[in-house]
Design a protein around this ligand. Structure first.
Ligand code: ADE
Length: 246
């Protein structure tokens, strides 16, 4: 998969060199290219923003550098990428969207600073490409770079061969499957006793059926406590009689 990021803070994307994404790059599974938007400015101060038409606070990112930057990036590859525009006004970034984007061969991210990018840029590329305006949550950050890090990590770990153990994202919270509507429950590892705290006996029982039932019950309890909205909006058929007894 190829990923391009156009930003005025290339150094903000340096975490893409470490851990899971860094290793995927080193193995050639991910081709990540970071571009400095200011390379496509032509004035002495490398200006990327200006005051908003109609007045109001803050600054708006100018269309000219974005247009030149995106034309250059688009011309440098085969086919058409999906353009991912991080903005608090976008559609929610969900596991489902991460799965959908992980199947695309090429994504271009356009993290903005200030009050966002001149609307005409989104319209211009929306006429030619699949453009997704995406929010990572109901809060406002100073820019879209942190959202890009979040989205790239969520997408990259879904690529074949990127996670050591392919099964490890199958029972993630929000992953499609038997526990699709539930958050993941608690986990334990050695030692069997730590500061006088033991682990639930069932996990030592070797009884796979009982362990599965316990995991589901814990997932249900945690979801009910932390995200009751997930249970309310789920298909009632997703829950069995034993779930409802909790
Ligand atoms: N830019 C600023 N806040 C954001 C958010 N919550 N999601 C995506 N991009 C953003």
């Amino acid at each position: 998969m190829r990923l391009d990021v156009v930003t005025i803070f290339p150094e903000y994307l340096e975490p893409l060199n470490v851990s899971l994404v860094g290793k995927a790059r080193a193995r050639g599974q991910l081709d990540v290219r970071i571009h400095d938007l200011r390379e496509w400015t032509h004035d002495k101060h490398h200006t990327v923003d200006d005051t908003p038409y109609g007045g109001g606070p803050g600054m708006v990112m100018k269309p000219d550098p974005w247009g030149e930057a995106l034309d250059t990036v688009l011309a440098s590859g085969e086919g058409e990428p999906v353009l991912v525009v991080p903005t608090p006004s976008g559609v929610p970034f969900t596991q489902q969207l991460a799965v959908e984007l992980s199947a695309k061969p090429w994504l271009v991210f356009t993290p903005a600073r200030y009050e966002g990018i001149d609307r005409r840029v989104i319209e211009e590329y929306g006429d030619r490409l699949d453009v997704r305006e995406v929010s990572i949550g109901d809060y406002v950050l100073a820019g879209g770079e942190a959202p890009v890090l979040v989205m790239v990590e969520a997408i990259a770990r879904l690529l074949p061969g990127v996670l050591g153990n392919a099964a490890s994202h199958q029972d993630d919270s929000f992953a499609p499957g038997a526990m699709a509507d539930l958050l993941e429950g608690p986990v334990y590892t050695k030692p069997p006793e730590w500061r006088g705290r033991t682990i639930p006996d069932v996990l030592l029982s070797g009884h796979h059926g009982k362990i599965a039932r316990w995991r589901r019950d814990e997932a249900f309890r945690r979801t009910d406590a932390n995200r009751p909205d997930l249970i309310e909006r789920a298909d009632p058929a997703a829950f069995d009689k034993k779930d409802r007894d909790i």
